[in-house]
Design a protein around this ligand. Structure first.
Ligand SMILES: Nc1ncnc2c1ncn2[C@@H]1O[C@H](COP(=O)(O)OP(=O)(O)OP(=O)(O)O)[C@@H](O)[C@H]1O
Ligand SMILES: Cc1cn([C@H]2C[C@H](O)[C@@H](COP(=O)(O)O)O2)c(=O)[nH]c1=O
Length: 193
């Protein structure tokens, strides 16, 4: 069972990943959680670039693909093959959204990823309006101005919401409190895990 949580910054992906893992472990499931960018060499370079200066759009896309290839080979496929539940905080849908917002074609990004990356059983898109998301993440040392940040996040949100007409995709409204959001997530996957 492979579950991915996606959404713009501040929608609660990390918090809900932890809560979902805890719920599944209580039911006796063996659960592996992970995130992208990873803590591997490519992921580290990507995280560093948030403070040292953003990479060119082309390099950034290539680094995300390299990071993901390693993640798939070293953690995702082996864990799924061993029968574990894998829960990811971000995956290639983030590349479609964020690198799509930087000018790449989201459909082409998806095609390149699905050449090597398994499609999840459930894609949970945590949705929140951009103003509330910015309020939740606060300043976070971001150097981009408010307008750029809002504009970029709106483009990302639009791309995430364009993914919704497939049966494995669930949009989760995250305007409610943490427990309400977790309840929606559990209902979305119930009967399949
Ligand atoms: N439903 C919610 N209601 C109120 N606050 C929330 C809710 N979900 C998350 N938060 C708060 O918003 C902040 C961001 O949450 P979290 O780190 O889980 O989001 P995220 O989507 O993983 O963010 P990012 O993508 O930027 O890492 C945290 O302070 C968290 O406590
Ligand atoms: C996987 C992935 C991530 N990103 C961006 C999205 C966020 O701004 C950061 C990760 O930050 P987080 O708060 O730790 O989730 O990376 C991206 O642009 N493209 C991707 O494929």
């Amino acid at each position: 069972m492979f579950i991915v949580l996606e959404g713009i910054d501040g929608t609660g992906k990390s918090t809900q990943t932890r809560m979902l893992a805890e719920w599944l472990r209580e039911q006796g499931r063996e659960v592996v959680t992970s995130r992208e960018p990873t803590d591997g060499p490519w992921g580290k370079k990507l995280r560093e670039s948030a403070s040292t200066g953003r990479l060119s759009p082309e390099d950034e896309l290539e680094y995300f693909l390299k990071d993901r290839r390693q993640h798939v080979d070293e953690l995702i496929r082996p864990s799924l093959d061993a029968g574990k539940v894998v829960i990811l905080d971000r995956y290639y849908f983030s590349t479609m959204a964020y690198q799509g917002a930087r000018g790449f074609d989201p459909a082409e990004i998806r095609r390149r990823n699905e050449e090597f990356a398994p499609v999840p059983d459930h894609l949970l898109i945590l949705d929140l309006d951009v103003d509330s998301a910015i309020e939740r993440i606060g300043g976070r040392g971001d150097t981009t101005n408010e307008f750029e940040k809002r504009d970029a996040l709106q483009k990302c949100r639009d791309i995430f919401l364009s993914l919704t007409d497939e049966p494995f995709v669930h949009v989760i409204d995250t305007h409610g409190d943490l427990d309400e959001v977790q309840q929606q997530i559990q209902e979305a996957i119930s009967g399949t895990v």
